[in-house]
Design a protein around this ligand. Structure first.
Ligand SMILES: NC(=O)c1ccc[n+]([C@@H]2O[C@H](COP(=O)([O-])OP(=O)(O)OC[C@H]3O[C@@H](n4cnc5c(N)ncnc54)[C@H](OP(=O)(O)O)[C@@H]3O)[C@@H](O)[C@H]2O)c1
Length: 466
C-alpha cells in the first residue's frame, strides 16, 4: 500500500545556534533505497532540517543514495544531487564519511548483508524492513549489541504508529499478555468495503488496486504473509520469542464472501484480519498467528476502518492500550524512519545505544492446540436428514453448537453454525467429517469468533486463542 509524500516548501527557521558558535558536525547519512519510502525520507529530511536542528541541535547530511537502477528517472524524488546516487550499496555502507545507514531496499538480500556490514563497522542502522527483521532480527540485534550500536526499526510494524518503542521501552516493566494487530492496510480496506458497501471480495480488491492501496500482485497482503512477518516481530518484542516470520501460522482473506460479512454484521461482528502474539497459560509458551476473525462490533479494533492499522496491547498491570494510525505510505513510514534516525544519531553521539529486545526461550504452540469459538458455513442439499448428519459430525468430535441458522430455499441451502469454544484440532477434524457427508456440498468459510467466554480479546489468555 503506497502513498506519495506531500511536498511543502521548507520553512525558514531561525538558527538555534548563535552565529558565533561553530555549527556542530553534521550526522552523515547513507540511504539505501530511494523508492516509495526512501524518497519520502530524503524529502522529509530536507523539509524538516531546520526544525530538527532547533529541536535536537543536530544537522543531518545525506552523503549517498544507493539504488538498483541508476538510469531510472525519478521525477517524484527530491531535488537530490545526481552525484549522490550509486548502484554500489556495499561500497556506500563502508565509506568512512557515513555515520548512520538507513536501509529501505526491502526483502532479505542484499539488505541483510548490507545491514550486517554496517553494524560490524560500528554504524547504527535504521530500517523499515519487516521481512528482514522477521527472518533475521535475532542475529542482527545480537550483532548490533556486540558492536554497541543501534538497530532501530519502528517503521517495520504499523508504519507511522509507534509500536516498537512502546513495547521495547514504555512497557519494559509490563507483563504483556497479548498483542493483537490490524497490520495490513490493504486487507483492512478490502474488508471495510465488503462490510460497509456489501462489495464482493474481487470488486473491493480491484478498487484497492485502482486506488494504489493494493499491489498489482496482492498475494503477500491477502494471503496474510505481510501480517505474519509483523506478528513475528511483535512476538519478539513482547515475549522475546525467536519465531521466524516464515513459520508463523497464517490464513488470508481470499475465501471470505460477501455473505459471510453480511452474516457477521447481523450477528453483531465485523470481520478483520488479525495478527496475534499471545502468552499462553502464563507462559513461557506462546501463540503467534494471522487469521481473519469475527470481532465484536463494540471492540475498539472493529472501529479500525479503511487502510488504517492498529495494535491492541493487553498487559497484566496496564490493562488495554490501543495504538492507531497510518500503517503504510511513503510519508507516514518516513516519519517513523526519521524518528529512529534522530534517536540513532543522538545515541551515537552519546556513545550509547537502545536496549536490544530481550530474548527468552519460548515454544510456539500450533493453532490446533488452541481453543476458540468458530463460525462455520456449509452449503448443503436441502434434503431430510441433513441436519441430523451434520449435528452428529459436530458431536463426534466434541464440538458443541451454540447457534445455527439456515438460509436458502429449494434444492440448495446454506447452514451457518456458531460453536462454543472448542479446540481447533477438534474443529478441523469435524470439518473433515463434514466433507465426507454426501449432502454437504461444500464446507465454506470458517472463522474464529472473538467474544466473551472464548479466551478472546479483553480476557486473560489461558491457552485459548482468538
Ligand atoms: N511502501 C510502504 O508503504 C512501506 C511501509 C512500511 C514499511 N515499508 C518497508 O520499507 C522498505 C522499502 O519499501 P518501498 O515501498 O520504498 O520499496 P520500493 O519502492 O520498491 O523501493 C526500493 C528501493 O530499493 C532500491 N534497490 C533495490 N535493490 C537494490 C540494490 N540491490 N541496491 C541498492 N538499491 C536497491 C530500488 O532502486 P530503484 O529505485 O533503482 O529500483 C528502490 O529505490 C521495505 O522494507 C518495505 O517493507 C514500506
Amino acid at each position: 500500500m503506497r502513498a506519495s509524500a506531500g511536498r511543502e516548501k521548507p520553512a525558514d527557521f531561525p538558527s538555534l545556534v548563535p552565529a558565533t558558535s561553530p555549527r556542530p558536525a553534521p550526522v552523515r547519512v547513507a540511504l539505501l533505497g530511494c523508492g516509495h519510502v526512501g524518497s519520502a525520507v530524503a524529502d522529509l529530511l530536507a523539509l524538516r532540517a531546520p526544525e530538527i536542528a532547533i529541536r535536537t541541535g543536530m544537522y543531518f547530511e545525506l552523503v549517498g543514495v544507493a539504488v538498483a537502477d541508476l538510469s531510472r528517472e525519478r521525477p517524484g524524488a527530491t531535488a537530490l544531487d545526481r552525484a549522490l546516487f550509486t548502484s554500489d550499496a556495499k561500497a556506500l555502507v563502508e565509506r568512512d564519511d557515513v555515520d548512520v545507514v538507513v536501509e529501505l531496499i526491502g526483502g532479505l538480500d542484499p539488505a541483510r548483508t548490507l545491514v550486517e556490514a554496517a553494524l560490524c563497522k560500528g554504524k547504527p542502522v535504521v530500517t523499515a524492513n519487516k521481512v528482514l527483521l522477521a527472518q533475521a532480527g535475532a542475529e542482527l540485534s545480537a550483532i548490533a549489541s556486540a558492536h554497541g550500536v543501534d538497530l532501530l526499526y519502528e517503521a517495520a510494524v504499523g508504519g507511522a504508529i509507534p509500536v516498537v518503542r512502546p513495547l521495547r521501552e514504555s512497557l519494559a516493566g509490563e507483563r504483556v499478555l497479548r498483542v493483537t494487530g490490524i497490520l495490513n492496510g490493504t486487507t483492512n480496506y478490502i474488508l471495510t468495503r465488503m462490510t460497509d458497501d456489501a462489495m464482493d471480495y474481487a470488486d473491493a480488491l480491484a478498487e484497492a488496486q485502482h486506488l494504489g492501496l493494493a499491489e498489482r500482485d496482492p498475494s503477500a497482503d491477502v494471503s496474510g504473509d505481510d501480517a505474519a512477518a509483523k506478528a513475528a516481530i511483535l512476538a519478539a518484542l513482547a515475549f522475546g520469542s525467536d519465531v521466524l516470520g516464515t513459520t508463523v501460522s497464517r490464513e488470508g482473506i481470499t475465501g471470505i464472501r460477501a455473505l459471510d460479512v453480511a452474516h457477521a454484521s447481523r450477528l453483531g461482528y465485523v470481520i478483520k484480519l488479525l495478527a496475534v502474539a499471545e502468552l499462553l497459560d502464563g507462559g513461557p509458551d506462546v501463540s503467534v498467528r494471522v487469521h481473519p476473525a469475527m470481532v465484536p462490533a463494540a471492540h475498539p479494533l472493529a472501529s479500525v476502518r479503511g487502510a488504517f492499522n492498529a495494535v491492541f496491547v493487553e498487559g497484566e498491570a496496564c490493562g488495554e492500550i490501543m495504538l492507531y494510525g497510518r500503517g503504510a505510505g511513503g510519508a507516514p513510514t518516513a516519519s517513523a524512519v526519521l524518528g529512529d534516525l534522530i534517536d540513532a544519531a543522538r545515541n551515537l553521539r552519546a556513545g550509547s545505544h537502545a536496549p536490544a529486545p530481550h530474548r527468552a526461550k519460548t515454544t510456539v504452540r500450533p493453532p490446533s492446540e488452541l481453543s476458540a469459538a468458530f463460525y462455520i458455513s456449509l452449503d448443503v442439499l436441502d434434503r431430510p436428514g441433513v441436519l441430523a448428519a451434520v449435528a452428529a459430525a459436530f458431536g463426534a468430535h466434541g464440538v458443541s453448537i451454540r447457534a445455527m441458522e439456515q438460509e436458502g430455499v429449494g434444492r440448495e441451502a446454506r447452514l451457518v453454525f456458531l460453536t462454543h469454544s472448542a479446540r481447533e484440532g477438534d474443529v478441523r477434524a469435524t470439518l473433515e467429517t463434514l466433507r465426507e457427508i454426501e449432502t454437504v456440498e461444500r464446507v465454506g468459510t470458517v472463522l474464529r469468533v472473538i467474544g466473551p467466554g472464548d479466551g478472546a480479546l479483553g480476557q486473560a489468555p489461558t491457552g485459548t486463542g482468538a
